[in-house]
Design a binder for this molecule. Structure first.
Ligand code: MSP
Ligand code: ZN
Length: 676
């Protein structure tokens, strides 16, 4: 039954370029939407630039521009990059729009009139020269706990204590280097605990959240949620609060409202202005937000609570993906792996990255790794040598040896056709379940079958004695190739558009059903064939990395860090007493009263997961850890801590603070494996 969907992707900050990490999400969403349509559903795909907040306001000022000018430049760049990657939103709007202002005002009025807001005084640091309150990251000073100098206002990099900016000793403003003063100001809060029961219900509704995400949210909901401050003092780039001159809505209040405003812009341009109310007030279709795991909190607590309080519809599903790593580590400017979409495009066809990233994206929260060698290898082996090769060798054979006219599908081809139809059905379901990786594999499986039949059937040998047999064989191969192209079309729309005319078909695939048609038969003919896609080499990717390094500011002089002296030598027997295992992090949460610790549940392949406390809170937000395969010292005697029993130790390196890195294994490694 055709259904209706409203699909969103997280709104990119208008404060930087679109990079390959972002592309994981926008390609996932674009592919998912295309697949919905090819299954016959209606899908509306909206997004916008996230334009408000202190960092944008300050960066605009640094660039000598008004915030409006500043965000306009990024809007233009983002739209161009999306277009070049064939990411086609029905509306790409801006949170700084009149539509958004109206929706924010309506939501605010409903919160206020419904008695859902409370007012309270906050004492915060204030820069008297810059004439502004200072958010955490705009204050530095000496740690009140350990005395380390030059620490930010939220956490000490050295002892990892978290505190309020006003607790710093000798605080300084990052903006003016002056000494800030304490100043009181009245703010508005949403008492989130009022919605705790609603949120519990919402969380538990089937298919709303992935199981891993639900676990997280449940853990958050076990304690009373803190009141959420939704106001900020001027100067601020954002919407002024109507009855509070000089106060602005916090960016995270108006950002998700941008989903609604962008829906409205789409509805107007589509000539169906009522559609926005149908989606957000009346219950048309399903609302699906696709986001990365760094913004789960906002989308599973603040956002549904706000919508619920304002009497609007709440999302039907939040689909969360992992973060992109390159060669196993976080993207980094100095390594040259913080690659902008535009830098990539100067060197390689977007199709390669669409292929690779969709083939790595599934329905889990596991981080997605772009291994450079793997990228080159898989593009060549699977996209070029398998799928494209099946097309080009079969087409060129038909066109050059057999006048381009298709033959017939012989009776004994039935099992292959059934096999391909089965793969199509499976692939369609995989797309619907956000398993893009599986769907791409299903397409490639069809191509593999086609290549095998071509190779085994050797039409070039058969041609002389029995040209019709050769023709029929190539016809089967091309029908299989067509099925594969249809299957992969949501991920690779430009490939499908390029190849359809070569097969003698018009335009592009529009439904998955077409893949199962097997109707490329006489008297139809193929079209002219052309190069489809070329192999790549590591060199091209290396050039991208070099170009990215050139964009990065020079790395600070590395201070010679003395290497810790080696421990006394031990023999192999002593070493092998340490039982090191691969563990998969199932959940991670902060620990009340422990500023340094995270509580992890780690699967070691045993009956039940272990509880392990790790001093990594300053370096990892808990949600970044889910799904990671970490290195665990597994036979350490369990240690009773104030907060509970710690049943092992996760191993990490680094000086401390933000710079702690867990030892990690790729997702293919099974939890419980011993590390030798
Ligand atoms: N502006 C907020 C979202 C507001 S939604 C109402 C934001 N912007 S962002 O530009 O930082 O990220 C936009 C989306 O891209 C987020 O869903 C984020 O998770 C995703 N990604 C950003 N960097 C990413 C990676 N390195 N890897 C995968 N996804 C990434 O957050
Ligand atoms: Zn400290």
């Amino acid at each position: 039954m055709p259904e209706s969907y409203l699909v969103t992707a997280g709104l990119p900050y208008a404060n930087g370029s679109i990079h390959i990490g972002h592309l994981v999400e926008y390609l996932m969403a674009d592919t998912y939407v295309r697949a919905l349509r090819m299954s016959g559903h209606e899908a509306v795909f909206v997004c916008a630039d996230d334009t408000h907040g202190t960092p944008i306001e300050i960066n605009a000022r640094k660039a000598g521009k008004t915030p409006q000018e500043f965000v306009a430049l990024y809007a233009e760049e983002h739209i161009r990059d999306f277009h070049r990657f064939s990411i086609e939103f029905d509306s790409f709007s801006s949170t700084n729009s009149e539509e958004n202002r109206r929706w924010v005002h309506e939501i605010y009025a409903r919160l206020r009139d419904g008695g859902h807001l409370i007012e309270r005084d906050l004492e915060q640091l204030y820069d008297t020269e810059a004439k502004r309150f200072l958010p955490d990251r705009f204050v530095k000073g000496t740690c009140p706990k350990c005395g380390t100098e030059d620490q930010y206002g939220d956490v000490c990099e050295s002892c990892k204590t978290t505190y309020e900016p006003k607790d710093l000793i000798n605080p300084r403003s990052v903006l003016t280097d002056s000494t800030p003063v304490l100043k009181t100001s009245t703010h508005l809060f949403v008492p989130l605990k009022t919605y705790q029961d609603f949120l519990r219900d919402w969380t538990h509704t089937e298919s709303r959240l992935q199981p891993e995400v639900r676990k997280f949210v449940e853990a958050w909901l076990q304690e009373d949620l803190k009141d959420w401050c939704i106001s900020r003092d001027a100067p601020y780039f954002g919407f002024e609060i109507p009855d509070r001159p000089g106060k602005f809505f916090y960016v995270w209040l108006d950002a998700p409202v941008g989903y609604i405003a962008s829906t409205e812009q789409w509805a107007k341009t589509a000539g169906t202005p009522k559609a926005v109310d149908q989606f957000w007030r009346e219950g048309r279709g399903k609302i699906i937000h696709i986001i990365g795991k760094d913004i789960i909190y906002f989308h599973t607590l603040f956002w549904p609570a706000t919508l619920h309080a304002a009497g609007l519809r709440v999302p039907d599903r939040i689909q969360v993906h992992g973060m992109l790593t390159v060669d196993g580590v976080k993207m980094s400017k100095t390594r040259g792996t913080f690659i902008n979409a535009s830098t990539y495009l100067e060197h390689l066809d977007p199709m390669y990255l669409r292929f690779f990233l969709t083939s790595k994206t599934g329905a889990s929260l596991t981080d997605i790794d772009l291994g450079v060698d793997e990228f080159v290898h898989r593009v060549n082996a699977e996209l070029v040598n398998n799928l494209a090769n099946l097309l080009s060798r079969s087409l060129s054979f038909l066109n050059t040896k057999l006048d381009g006219i298709y033959g017939h599908l012989e009776a004994d081809t039935e099992p292959y056709i059934l096999q391909a139809k089965e793969a199509l059905r499976l692939g369609e379901a995989q797309y619907a379940g956000f398993d893009l990786s599986g769907a791409v594999r299903s397409a490639l499986d069809i191509a593999t079958l086609g290549n095998k039949l071509f190779q085994d059937g050797a039409p070039w040998k058969v041609l002389k004695e029995d040209p019709e047999k050769a023709r029929n064989l190539v016809t089967l191969c091309l029908n299989l190739a067509r099925a594969a192209v249809v299957m992969i079309a949501p991920a690779l729309p430009t490939l499908a558009e390029k190849v359809y005319p070569m097969l003698g078909l018009s335009l592009r695939p529009t439904r998955f059903e077409e893949g199962a048609a097997f109707d490329l038969v006489a008297p139809r003919r193929a079209g002219a064939h052309d190069r489809i896609i070329d192999r790549i080499t590591r060199k091209e990717f290396d050039q991208i990395v070099e170009a990215t390094k050139a964009l990065a500011p020079p790395a600070p002089e590395a201070s010679p860090s003395p290497v810790e002296p080696l421990a006394p030598e031990i023999d192999i027997e002593t070493f092998s007493k340490v039982d090191l295992r691969v563990g998969r992090v199932l959940s991670a949460s902060t620990v009340e009263g422990a500023t340094k610790l995270l509580r992890l549940e780690v699967d070691l392949g045993e009956d039940k997961p272990r509880q392990i406390f790790a001093g990594i809170r300053s370096a990892y937000p808990p949600e970044a850890l889910i799904g990671k395969n970490v290195l665990v010292a597994a036979n350490l005697k369990p240690r009773q801590m104030k907060f509970g029993l710690s049943e092992g130790m996760v191993l990490a390196a680094g000086p401390g603070g933000k710079d702690i890195w867990l030892a990690e294994f790729p997702e293919e490694v099974t939890p419980g494996n011993r590390v030798h």
